[in-house]
Write a protein that binds this ligand. Structure first.
Ligand SMILES: Cc1cc2nc3c(=O)[nH]c(=O)nc-3n(C[C@H](O)[C@H](O)[C@H](O)COP(=O)(O)OP(=O)(O)OC[C@H]3O[C@@H](n4cnc5c(N)ncnc54)[C@H](O)[C@@H]3O)c2cc1C
Length: 145
């Protein structure tokens, strides 16, 4: 079985790495000619960092991201409205990371190139059949189990 993934974004790249890890072949089709590190800062919560750690990306993430220790909302006068610990500071086994979306995508992209070889231009992709959709559901069940 080969799973077809449309879109080499954060979701598609992570899915491809997860499938590869459990021995399921995947082909990624992407519409842009070259992936660029675009976006803004996002936060990876501990459950997401756990999954990326399982994919062997913890060191590269830690070298790029900032561990988030506290979430604080402040008023326009700088008075604290709400503050709470996050990540390891909140007792999780994995950190919360603040990271630029584009840098995260590039970490995933490099790992995909190394492990799966390449991504394919989307124009080469014709259509998704119902058989492919059924195959994806079966693949996700195997990834989860
Ligand atoms: C301001 C902002 C802040 C955010 N903060 C957070 C945060 O703190 N934490 C968090 O978890 N999330 C955050 N998000 C959301 C997060 O960025 C998205 O949920 C995530 O990038 C979605 O991943 P994705 O793979 O589904 O889509 P994307 O990363 O958008 O990738 C989609 C890919 O598919 C390609 N594509 C699209 N259509 C086709 C097609 N027809 N054929 C082939 N390829 C195609 C695109 O070119 C692109 O490369 C934030 C988003 C924004 C805008």
């Amino acid at each position: 079985m080969t799973v077809v993934i449309v879109g080499a974004g954060i979701g598609g790249l992570t899915l491809a790495l997860s499938l590869h890890q459990v021995g399921i072949a995947a082909h990624i089709y992407e519409s842009v000619e070259a992936l660029e590190p675009l976006g803004v800062g996002i936060n990876l919560l501990p459950h997401a960092v756990r999954e990326l750690t399982e994919l062997g990306l913890a060191d590269e993430l830690a070298a790029t991201a900032i561990p988030t220790s506290t979430l604080t909302y402040v008023s326009k006068r700088g008075q604290t409205i709400w503050s709470e610990p996050r990540g390891r500071n909140a007792g999780y086994n994995w950190p919360q990371f603040s990271i630029h979306r584009g840098e995260l995508q590039m970490i995933l992209y490099r790992a995909v190139l190394k492990r799966l070889g390449s991504i394919r231009p989307a124009r080469a992709y014709a259509r998704v059949s119902s058989i492919d959709a059924v195959g994806l559901r079966a693949a996700m069940r195997r990834v989860r189990s």
